[in-house]
Design a protein around this ligand. Structure first.
Ligand code: ZN
Length: 214
């Protein structure tokens, strides 16, 4: 066997010796009692965004869905396969999480792709369709930031897109019902890869504010 994955093999060995041993009791408890995660975390697939690391969460804490751009497709009960929607339903209806975090991030390739002319081919057809879910954010950003630099517009698009994804979450009947009942809470977060800071969206002031000062 070649050694392209040698670093992962070594990493797994260390995991077994150190971290698995350290958390063995917790893993056992999570198997016996089943999972009861605190929150559903919807994040970008970007390899530089690591939900467990940036939230300091332990096994069993977060039910995680990751996709390109941390997008949420609106409720659409058709005959297609909807991976993100099914994970959302499972987390909210079966596991009954109390919180959903949609976390965007800086330097997001999906958001940057919204501003590029990409020719559709059989090799990117699903990606181009998926990027439709960022178009509303792009439209608003282009109006609000038309005289600003490209970087500022991208950062704004990344942030405002998270707020649109929260709107899309509310199109799911089970989510709308639980939010209205006061048993489910939705959070828009934004992770800045340069500083390592997370900001949250304050829907009273329509601003992103530092999570650490909350
Ligand atoms: Zn991203």
């Amino acid at each position: 066997m070649d050694n392209r994955l040698a670093a992962f093999e070594k990493g797994h060995e260390t995991f077994q010796i150190v971290k698995f041993k350290k958390n063995e009791e917790r893993f056992k408890k999570l198997i016996e009692e089943g999972q009861d995660p605190k929150a559903l975390f919807i994040g970008c697939s970007d390899s530089r965004v690591m939900p467990a690391m940036i939230t300091g969460s332990r096994p069993g804490d977060l039910f995680i869905v990751r996709n390109i751009g941390n997008f949420v497709a609106p409720f659409n009960p058709d005959a297609d396969y909807h991976a993100t929607a099914s994970a959302i339903e499972y987390a909210t209806s079966i596991l009954e999480v109390s919180d959903i975090i949609v976390c965007g991030h800086s330097h997001c390739g999906a958001i940057e792709a919204l501003y590029k002319e990409i020719e559709q081919t059989p090799e990117n057809i699903h990606t181009i369709k998926w990027l439709d879910l960022g178009q509303e954010a792009k439209k608003v950003a282009m109006l609000a930031y038309k005289h600003e630099s490209k970087e500022k517009m991208l950062r704004y698009t990344e942030k405002i897109s998270v707020v649109y994804q929260i709107d899309n979450l509310l199109t799911y009947p089970g989510i709308k019902r639980r939010v209205e009942e006061g048993t489910l809470f939705l959070h828009a977060w934004y992770y800045d890869m340069e500083s390592g800071d997370i900001e949250y969206y304050d829907d009273d002031t329509y601003e992103f504010k530092p999570l650490c000062e909350k």
